[in-house]
Write a protein that binds this ligand. Structure first.
Ligand code: SPD
Length: 288
């Protein structure tokens, strides 16, 4: 097994100053990939019990055992809240999982995809084919660029924009700032919706309240949903949403039975339930 700063005695440790005093560990069997790209340290592990795992700069992005929860919720909440999403932009998420989910919507005609780090796509195609299959969809147009710069150039172009960022440290930092959200809003068609990776309501309260404030200032409607992902710190993560029109907290369309049968986490009831927050979080976000 190759040496890595995040691996000791056969265990991977996610240790990050965003959640001081705790670590998340998974037992691993092998390091399949361990290289630095121009932007970040990319690692793929074979874990003992959770399938393959992708980590960027030592932070778990996904494991094969529970990735469905994150990809389905980040993609299907905004896509089902929109009455007819035809043009979609996905920023970040070079593994392809969000594209895989967005592609399940027959009404979607084009999916622009912008990722700063081409090596994440290459590595995912090699090691994570069940996610990277998202790139096989002929409706996908791939742009290898800084997502903030890409979206700045677009006006009134998209029905739904999904931002699958890493944490606000390193290349993802700019994706948590107000100017980026102003660009996202400007890139939406009338009635459009944005959904962004919203960190944990338990562990990253400054980040969550900051995103809620930004979206509240800019959008007609704003909401925060949270859900379970066992292999993220605290076992949960959220989505921050802004809408120029449609109600966010319930689906605007029925889910086709065939599509529902292929999903493991998202249902219309789970969509609505994800916005029902614990009391401390409700108070925190209402106090803004
Ligand atoms: N704290 C980790 C957040 C990871 C968000 N991005 C995951 C990428 C999966 N498509």
């Amino acid at each position: 097994m190759k040496n890595s700063i995040h691996v000791k005695d056969g265990w991977f440790f996610e240790i990050c100053n965003m959640w001081p005093g705790m670590a998340l560990s998974l037992e691993i069997e092998n390091i399949l990939y361990d290289e630095k790209s121009l932007f970040q340290h990319i690692q793929v592990f074979e874990t003992k019990n959770h399938g393959k795992m992708l980590a960027l700069d030592g932070i778990i992005q996904l494991t094969e055992s529970d990735e469905f929860s994150y990809q389905e919720m980040l993609a299907h909440i905004p896509l089902f809240a929109h009455p007819r999403p035809e043009t979609v932009l996905v920023i970040g998420g070079g593994d392809g999982g969000i594209l895989r989910e967005a592609g399940r919507h027959a009404c979607v005609k084009t999916m622009d995809f912008c990722e700063i780090d081409e090596m994440v796509i290459t590595v995912s195609k090699q090691f994570l084919p069940d996610l990277a299959c998202g790139f096989d969809d002929p409706r996908v147009n791939v742009f290898i660029r800084d997502g903030a710069a890409f979206v700045r150039e677009k006006t009134g172009r998209y029905d739904v924009i999904i931002v699958d960022s890493s944490d606000p440290i390193g290349p993802g930092e700019v994706l948590f700032k107000k100017p980026f959200y102003e660009s996202l809003k400007n890139a939406l068609k009338p009635g459009g919706i944005i959904a962004t990776q919203g960190e944990s309501i338990f562990l990253h309260q400054d980040c969550v309240t900051n995103l809620a404030k930004i979206t509240r200032d800019l959008f007609k409607q704003q909401a925060y949903a949270c859900f379970i992902v066992p292999t993220y710190p605290g076992g949960n993560i959220g989505v921050c949403l802004g809408s120029l029109g449609p109600e966010l907290t319930r689906p605007a369309r029925e889910i086709p039975a065939e599509l529902q049968s292929r999903l493991k986490y998202y249902t219309p009831r789970v969509h609505e339930a994800a916005f029902v927050l614990p009391h401390f979080a409700q108070v925190m976000l209402e106090a803004l």
